[in-house]
Design a protein around this ligand. Structure first.
Ligand code: CAA
Length: 388
């Protein structure tokens, strides 16, 4: 049975920071951010958006009545969860109006979470072919003002419907996965911000990619030539390229050219959004689909997933005959174009705004955020969400 991504969409909040302005404010050469790291804009989540609202906003655009009736498993992958106990997926299930005889859970392993969610969904659909599964990766990447990681922040969510006979891409079963207990990036429960060993994390990403690719090649006899494109988890857009560069010379020059051009196209949305952690790999897939007109049915797309801590995985998918009918190029162009640029001082002020942590009542004006699903405050320790 073919199983894979039937529909895919993304959401990013309505504010962004210009990376050249951020570099200038930090007395850094802007080329370091725009060329060295490869980021032009960084999405910023206002206080009315969290991993629940962004995930729900991403899913809202892609679900129809039939999906709402057929989805019976909702998986939220996040490393910016809002509760140590209750799954954000339960709120999302209600906000979207999914039929009640469903499971709703949250998954965590840094930026790898959505890949874990997809694998769980595939196994579930294999046993229940009539069911559909909603898998969401939703995160706010925060390292703090004037920190080494500041230029690699971002915010957003990707939502995917996993089903039998998917219309976008089938996901094959040639997964190679790898785990090693390392401390490259983590966020203790008492901390708002991630702890990160920047250079070490970059080295480990590459080490995981090389180790997994070597095993994949050995186990499945595949070569770079087999792929139309390879999509990467993109903490910043230079990262995947650093990994790809370590193996690119094993391919003939025309294949190298194709993979590098398609890599560039897969990074266009991330250049304007920044790191969205769990959704990042799948945002690069959306960017590729919507910016590379030459892709064709049956093209094979490789996926490299990396979650610090660390778990990595490589697998591939096959584009389906009508995949072009299910891409949302115009909506996504509009979403990115309609954002408001924050001055650096507004960004710093908004960055410091925090929800109360002592249970006191807090209200947020829903009209301050154009998104259809927003957080309107906190009451009795409970987050209040509305769909406008
Ligand atoms: N013009 C052009 N390029 C310039 C430049 C200039 N004026 N100045 C510097 N550069 C280049 C550097 O040469 C370097 O390029 P290479 O990596 O190709 O050598 C690049 O800009 C970055 O420079 P530095 O290494 O000096 O930058 P840094 O010390 O500020 O650290 C970072 C960069 C490690 C990414 C840091 O921002 C960070 O810690 N980010 C968070 C961690 C992260 O994203 N890690 C990625 C792997 S972990 C992961 O994938 C999970 C996850 O999502 C977090």
């Amino acid at each position: 049975m073919k199983i894979g991504i039937d529909k895919i969409g993304f959401y990013t909040p309505s504010f962004y920071v210009d990376m050249t302005e951020l570099a200038e404010a930090r007395n850094i050469d802007p080329n370091k951010f725009t060329i060295g790291i490869g980021q032009d804009k960084m999405a910023f989540a206002p206080i009315s958006q969290d991993s629940v609202t962004m995930g729900a906003n991403a899913a809202l655009q892609i679900l129809n009545e039939e999906d709402l009736k057929k989805i019976d498993l909702v998986i939220l992958a996040t490393e910016s969860g809002i509760d140590e106990s209750k799954a954000g997926a339960v709120y999302i299930h209600r906000l979207l109006g999914i039929q009640p005889f469903s499971r709703a859970i949250e998954i965590k392993e840094a930026c790898y979470g959505a890949t874990a969610g997809i694998n769980l969904a595939k196994d579930y659909v294999a046993k229940h072919p009539e069911s559909k599964v909603l898998v969401i990766g939703s995160d706010i990447a925060r390292y703090g003002l004037e920190t080494g990681g500041e230029a690699t922040q971002g915010a957003g969510a990707v939502a995917m419907v996993i089903s039998a006979n998917p219309r976008c891409i089938t996901l094959e079963d040639d997964n190679v996965f790898y785990t090693e207990d390392i401390m490259d990036f983590w966020r203790p429960v008492y901390s708002e911000y991630a702890c990160v060993e920047g250079k070490y994390s970059t080295e480990q990403y590459i080490h995981f990619f090389q180790t997994i690719w070597e095993k994949y090649r050995e186990k499945f006899g595949k070569k770079l030539d087999d792929f139309a494109a390879i999509c990467f988890h993109l903490p910043y857009t230079k990262m995947g390229k650093k990994a790809l560069d370590t193996i690119i010379e094993t391919a003939p020059s025309d294949v190298q050219e194709r993979l590098l051009e398609n890599y560039r196209l897969s990074t266009l949305y991330s250049r304007s959004v920044g790191n969205i952690y769990t959704g990042s790999l799948y945002l690069s897939f959306i960017s590729l689909l919507e910016n590379q007109a030459n892709l064709q049915a049956n093209d094979k797309i490789g996926f490299f997933s990396y979650g610090s801590g660390a778990v990595g995985e490589f697998f591939h998918g096959t584009l389906q005959p009508d995949f072009k009918k299910y891409i949302r190029t115009e909506e996504h162009a509009e979403l990115l174009a309609n954002r408001t640029k924050l001055s650096i001082s507004d960004y710093e002020t908004k960055f410091k705004q925090q929800l109360p942590k002592d249970g006191s009542t807090f209200e947020i004006d829903p009209s301050s955020d154009p998104a259809p699903i927003v957080l309107t405050g906190i009451q009795d320790h409970k987050r209040q969400y509305i769909k406008k």
